[in-house]
Design a protein around this ligand. Sequence first.
Ligand SMILES: [Zn+2]
Length: 149
Amino acid sequence: MKSAALRSQVISGCRSTQAGRTALRLVGYWGGPTTPGWPDPQSFVDHSWDEQEREDVADYLTQGFVFRAFGGVSMCRFCGIGNGEVELTDGSWYRPEGLAHYLTDHGVRLPQVFVGHVNSELEFLEDAGTDTDWWKAQGGSKPEVVEES
Ligand SMILES: [Zn+2]
């Protein structure tokens, strides 16, 4: 079981800072004929990666908040299929929505710092208790009427 302090430490270790502001860190942009300067996805292929961990990370990548949407579709750098047109975020990292496809269909293994982040998030949710008291105590959301005397 991970403590909240350790989780917080792991999360803050994944966030970067730009111009004094916390910045979401990018994972999963790939180089190609029209996108020079990004990492080569071939360099990340590792078919020996534990299948359960690969599946867990791929599942995680399909969840999240839509961070940004674009007018065009991203093409898979391996097979050329249309592979999404939005970016998703978990509040610490952002990635193209099609990143999971690289893991499941092409054997890409993401860097351990990102995999550690995903594992930490999943362990936190698995170990978390629930608190229903706050919600039960809610009486409504209308503004209170103050009677003038
Ligand atoms: Zn593909």
